[in-house]
Ligand binder design. Structure first.
Ligand code: FPP
Length: 258
């Protein structure tokens, strides 16, 4: 890919790509794709134009993740709180997701990508659910990159759902209270069978978690981009830089370096 006909960008990303391959890569990258609205506003465009451009960024990030052999890419596409937005924006976001799945699911499938949904789909129109479930069903046996789409997802709601299901299973005598430990609790989350994120990236300079993967990010390395890197501005170079930053961190999990 060339930027303004200048091959400097290509050289730089090629070098970064080679650099990140030298050290252990994150197995699981989670992303809060923030700043679409601001990106659009800066250009005098409607917020939805920002989301549409955000899908282009997502496409590039998926490609880079796949090229690097990252196993899990989890994206915060729609939160339980996003329903508070104007109905036109909510509908536009849902339409974008459906359009994306309709257009790209076959190609993703051919690349061995598995699509997983984190969140409750009950709130969506049956036609939307059908499209999402079709993509999940089609790709469920794929063994390549897992794209975990957090949809109508909230970390607190996920934890409360897990607690209720555990209580139900205790009452039904399927498990005993003594069985409850971190491993069992994790298996009741939407992310059951998915390792915790190694790296969480948030674009646009906001220093918040916003109810994303609250339980899972206990030991995740957090990388926040500069405020001028809004999600549509995020690209292969900024993604690779975030991975380099992750690779330069010392992960101690509460222990000490030996
Ligand atoms: C945050 O930007 C972004 C979102 C709430 C939605 C992100 C969704 C997409 C990129 C499209 C989803 C589609 C697929 C295919 C998964 P913001 O609107 O909060 O930005 P702002 O903070 O500048 O207002």
């Amino acid at each position: 890919m060339f930027l303004n006909g200048d091959n400097k960008y290509t050289d730089e990303t090629t070098k970064l790509m080679a650099l990140v391959r030298k050290k252990p890569l994150p197995v699981h990258v989670a992303i809060i794709m923030d700043g679409n609205g601001r990106w659009a506003k800066k250009r005098g465009l409607h917020r939805v134009a920002g989301h549409r451009q955000g899908v282009e960024t997502l496409r590039d990030v998926i490609k880079t993740s796949d090229d690097l052999g990252i196993k899990h890419l989890t994206i915060f596409a729609f939160s339980t709180e996003n329903w508070k937005r104007p109905v036109s924006e909510v509908n536009a976001l849902i339409d974008l997701l459906v359009e994306y799945l309709r257009k790209e699911v076959m190609e993703l499938h051919s690349k061995n990508v598995k699509i997983v949904i984190l969140g409750c789909l009950d709130a969506f129109h049956p036609s939307v659910r059908r499209e999402i479930e079709r993509a999940v069903e089609l790709t469920k046996d794929n063994s390549g990159l897992n794209i975990n789409i957090a949809l109508n997802y909230g970390g607190r709601a996920e934890i409360i759902r897990a607690v209720k299901n555990i209580i139900q299973d205790v009452n039904d005598k399927k498990i005993s209270p003594d069985d409850i430990d971190e491993k069992l609790f994790s298996s009741y989350l939407y992310t059951a069978n998915i390792p915790d994120p190694d790296l969480l990236i948030r674009t646009s300079g906001e220093l918040r978690i916003s109810n994303f993967l609250l339980y899972q990010i206990a030991y995740t390395e957090l990388v926040f981009t500069q405020p001028d890197v809004l999600w549509p501005d995020f690209n292969k170079k900024t993604y690779l830089e975030a991975i380099v930053e992750y690779q330069n961190r010392q992960r101690r999990y509460g222990g000490i370096n030996t």
